[in-house]
Write a protein that binds this ligand. Structure first.
Ligand code: ADP
Ligand code: MG
Length: 231
């Protein structure tokens, strides 16, 4: 493994058991991602994109094959180790997944609370991160008091506050209008370029995938193409 490799996936398979019927969501997928890359994962509905992202985010385990995050093989970890690894992955979802009774800063602090970071330190880090995503004046608003774009900014801040190995986004603009989607992707561009954060984004939206230098296309649980755009 190259020291610059943050993710190494080899012949990854995931089969769901639907009653007695096996569903082959991933049929052997291999690729590597280096630090600082911006990768989009495209493909029709049901092609295995979310399944792949969930495994990269250590939310789910492979049925076969291997997946290593910064050289740590995910398949060999026990539940505690997996939970620890999950803390080093920044996940952003289509429907934001914020806690409605917590304000913006409470939501951003949450992963630090779980990680046992002392109160003062986590408050300071969460404030910094909310300022970075342009929400310095919205820290005490609850999700219901924020627009869709602002909610997604909170989700991005929450994903980044633990200084994760990479930022994983599953249809992050799927619930936003196109102008707001563009603003969120501007933010993601900045995070990628200024912080050097590795970004893997699953999307249907060509405007979103056009931001990424590298595009991996999944069809029926397999990689159909994996191309780097040189313009
Ligand atoms: N928990 C599950 N149980 C059974 N089948 C599933 C489950 N999750 C996903 N699938 C199936 O696996 C395939 C890939 O799903 P998914 O990864 O969600 O695709 P995508 O995100 O590309 O739309 C689909 O056929 C889907 O129906
Ligand atoms: Mg999906």
């Amino acid at each position: 493994m190259n020291t610059n490799t943050v993710l190494e996936v080899h012949d990854l398979k995931r089969t769901y058991q639907l009653g007695s019927i096996p569903v082959h969501a991933l049929r052997g997928v291999s690729f590597q991602v280096n630090a600082g890359e911006f990768v989009s994962v495209l493909g029709p509905s049901g092609s295995g994109k979310s399944t792949l992202l969930n495994m990269i985010g250590a939310l789910d385990r492979p049925s076969e094959g291997t997946l290593a995050i910064r050289g740590t093989e995910v398949g060999t970890l026990n539940d505690n180790q997996l939970a620890e690894l999950r803390q080093r992955v920044g996940f952003v979802f289509q429907f934001f997944n914020l806690i409605s009774r917590l304000d913006a800063i409470g939501n951003v602090e949450l992963p630090l609370t779980i990680a046992g970071v002392p109160a003062e330190e986590r408050r300071a880090k969460a404030e910094q991160m909310l300022e970075k995503v342009g929400l310095g004046d919205r820290m005490h608003h609850k999700p219901s008091e924020l627009s869709g774009g602002e909610r997604q900014r909170v989700a991005v801040a929450r994903a980044l506050v633990t200084d994760p190995s990479f930022l994983l986004m599953d249809e992050p603009t799927g619930n936003l209008d196109s102008v707001t989607a563009g603003e969120i992707m501007d933010l993601v561009d900045t995070v990628n370029q200024d912080l050097g954060m590795t970004v893997i984004v699953v999307t249907h939206d060509p405007d979103v995938s056009s931001r990424a230098r590298r595009k991996i296309r999944l069809v029926d649980g397999q990689i159909d193409s994996d191309e780097v755009n040189n313009n």
